[in-house]
Design a protein around this ligand. Sequence first.
Ligand SMILES: Nc1ncnc2c1ncn2[C@@H]1O[C@H](COP(=O)(O)OP(=O)(O)O)[C@@H](O)[C@H]1O
Ligand SMILES: [Mg+2]
Length: 246
Amino acid sequence: MANSDNSITIERIHAAYSAVRVLDDVSLTVGSGETVVLLGTNGNGKSTLMKCIMGMVRPYQGLIRARIDGQTHDLIGMTTEEIVDLGIAMVPEGRRLFPRQTVEENLLLGASRRLARARIKDNLDFCFELFPRLAERKNQLAGSMSGGEQQMLALARALMASPRILLIDEPSVGLAPVLVTRTIDAIKQLKEHYNLTVLMAEQNFTQAIRIADRGYVIVHGRIAFAGGSAEELNNNELIREFYLGL
Ligand SMILES: Nc1ncnc2c1ncn2[C@@H]1O[C@H](COP(=O)(O)OP(=O)(O)O)[C@@H](O)[C@H]1O
Ligand SMILES: [Mg+2]
């Protein structure tokens, strides 16, 4: 696979919802093959940042570039569909499945990217291998699955688009601790299998840091700290105060 160079560069973006400023001068990079975590408690701008990358919110200043298979693209101004077609997929916060469609139907809906259509069978096989529960329940309605199963399905659906870069918005939210562990482990596995570049938003510091190469802390729409390694994040004062209660 020619997917050795897939990265994101965000430079000094500002974003707002009408008059309410939400992102203030945010710069962030995700290097090829890295897993980068965006840490922050509720309402600090994590989802907005991801939506900016996906073309769902348009920053009024700054730039967002992606390199996909070695080619550079300016994402600002592109539609979400065009961005997905490039090879960037997002697992949205709260899963956003189609509850009245079956597991398999939800997966097939993820394969909308042109390039992914040719790989439907292989991708489906891998999803069912990685998440045997989904195979067992492929004819069950998505809305009747447990929270953990729905998160697995949301991850699997994003993989059906054969992405190079995967954005995952708060995968742990609403899950029991054992399922959080399983979900984070699954992200590590699928990242390795597909050689993905991953940006993950999380509030669960301890879990996120198990698989992150490095990360950023976002507070009130500004990058408050950029940690060059998991260890640097672990030793950071903001993290110790907000997340670890030290
Ligand atoms: N569609 C929207 N319209 C207006 N304000 C919004 C919208 N989405 C988010 N916000 C506000 O933007 C801020 C950041 O939200 P969000 O990016 O969802 O943060 P996080 O994902 O870190 O919880 C919050 O104050 C939130 O209320
Ligand atoms: Mg959010």
